[in-house]
Design a protein around this ligand. Structure first.
Ligand code: SAH
Length: 287
């Protein structure tokens, strides 16, 4: 009774679209994802949206401990039942976006790996939650919508390069490791899926004076993709206390031409820009 389809029918699971439920039913793909995750006996795995527990089992075999986070009460019952033989699995009924990574009990050597075939509607908030909890997280392996992944791995210059690319790449490595055909899920999703893998770096790619300001700046810079960087900055609340001449002066100091479009700036350039603009606006008298 371990085939995903059998679990679904035995427990009469009715996939809930609102919760992004699309279960992996292909055993080979499940094995491939666990192989990519390279879980070892030192690892604590936090699985995002464990569903009916098919990936959970594979991961738990190799992990020191696995915390399966699942929001749907009905599936929590399935998980409790299916995983009762595993004494290293802890099932946590709740919202992963509220999960407190700091509270995970571990010793110094143990690293947290975040793994999951996640509900696609929480992709962006989940990535932000992981970035802000990165002190506690070593690496991640996530199944996401293919288009989202194209944006996360994009390099400067193209139309896919934007807010998620710059922010994630400032703090983590990211690579696409698998493409997963839609037929491997039940129900079959309307979108294509891929898997990414990466680790959080000890230090950001560029040293940042203020991380929140950096994130705000990246958002502002891409507010209107087709506009020049300087125009996006001029119209933003972030820079409202800074005169145009000072803004130009600050840009000159970074060596970044304000007439460039944001999509041409490297992650490091965004870091340098953020530090200089942060200092520039902080020194302005507030209105
Ligand atoms: N990993 C499973 C299920 C994937 S479907 C598999 O591959 O088969 C996504 C799962 O995430 C569903 O079980 C859904 O109930 C759960 N989920 C949705 N939103 C969630 C949230 N905010 N926190 C935790 N789990 C969530």
């Amino acid at each position: 009774m371990n085939l995903p389809k059998e679990i679904i029918s035995r427990y009469a699971v009715k996939p809930r679209k609102k919760l992004g439920q699309s279960f992996l039913i292909d055993k080979n793909v499940i094995r491939k994802i666990s192989a990519v995750a390279q879980v070892s006996k030192n690892d604590i795995v936090v699985e995002v949206g464990a569903g009916i527990g098919v990936l959970t089992r594979d991961l738990a075999e190799n992990a020191s401990k696995l915390i399966a986070v699942e929001i749907d009460e009905k599936l929590v019952e399935v998980l409790n039942d299916k995983l009762s033989d595993y004494n290293n699995v802890q099932i946590c009924h709740g919202d992963i976006l509220k999960f407190d990574f700091a509270s995970v009990d571990r010793n110094e050597k143990q690293k947290i790996k975040v793994i999951g075939n996640i509900p696609y509607n929480i992709s962006t908030p989940l990535l932000f939650h992981l970035i802000s909890s990165r002190r506690f997280i070593d690496s991640y392996v996530l199944m996401l919508q293919k288009e989202v992944i194209q944006r996360l791995i994009a390099t400067p210059g193209g139309k896919n390069y934007g807010i998620p690319s710059v922010i994630l790449q400032m703090f983590a490595t990211v690579e696409k490791v698998l493409d997963i055909p839609a037929g491997c899920f039940y129900p079959i999703p309307k979108v294509e899926s891929s898997v990414i893998k990466g680790f959080f770096m000890e230090k950001p790619l560029a040293e940042l004076t203020d991380e929140d300001f950096f994130i705000k700046l990246v958002r502002v810079a891409f507010a209107q993709r087709r506009k020049m960087l300087i125009n996006n900055l001029k119209r933003s609340k972030l820079m409202e206390d800074v005169s145009e001449s000072l803004l130009k002066e600050l840009l000159r100091m970074t060596g970044i031409n304000g007439q460039r479009r944001s999509e041409t700036l490297s992650v490091q350039e965004f870091g340098a820009l953020s530090n200089i603009l942060f200092k520039g606006q902080a020194e302005q008298p507030t209105k």
